[in-house]
Design a protein. Sequence first.
Length: 280
Amino acid sequence: MLERKIYRKLDEWKRTSDKKALCIIGARQIGKTTIIREFAKKNYEHYVEVNFILDKEAGKIFDGNLDADTIITNLTAFKMQEFVPGKTLIFLDEIQECPNARCAIKFLVEDGRFDYIESGSLLGVRYKEVPSYAVGYEEICYMYPMDFEEYIRANGVQDSTIELLKTCYSEHSEVPEVVHQTMLKLFYTYIVVGGMPAVVQIYVNTHDIGKVVALQREILELYRLDIGKYAEGSDKIKIRAIFDSIPAQLNSKNRRFILNKLVDCLEKCLICRHIRRFAD
């Protein structure tokens, strides 16, 4: 399994007394479900997962009365699993597909018998569908594709080397040449491979760029399909055109296009990030 920084956040949340529901928000295919499953299996005796895309009928659990007893009764019947108070994690995946479920989190957290993690993408553009936010009952955590540190760990760079790099950065000292050259080579491959976990894993396992590109194209097509599914009216064509133009705009001298058009439409979905210039 690829090491992800967010796992530390999950550990901190688990140790918190009077914990809220943890809502992990991020783009598609960045590893949210994988990391939550791994965490659940290691830290809970009982683990219940509801995926609102795969389990088409699951949304009905949250229709009508949203009191905790009714929801838990319906959920137990739907999943046919054992729910043990204090020892069970309930994972609500793709929660953007069921706004009522996110609304119900308030009552489930107040009930206090179980721990809850929500996960979803596109939550930033579907907020209007949520009847009432569970203000004070959710802890929001944003997740992104693998950063360069996570990437080099996946490629075998050891903790001691990473600590050396951090020390050199903080002390403004020179990085040893052999380390510098190794990091440059890894950075060049990171630019090509990117941070999608499945793509990184294929590269680590095979070093086959053909397989890397094939999977990248599959993920891009999934994003295009999502734009068609969630965007409204004429926005579908506009947003898809903007999304498809990202590579060309990154290579353009005209940076204003990115700031004016992309940030609004795509940054809300965590599909792209606006990286501002820094001097250090």
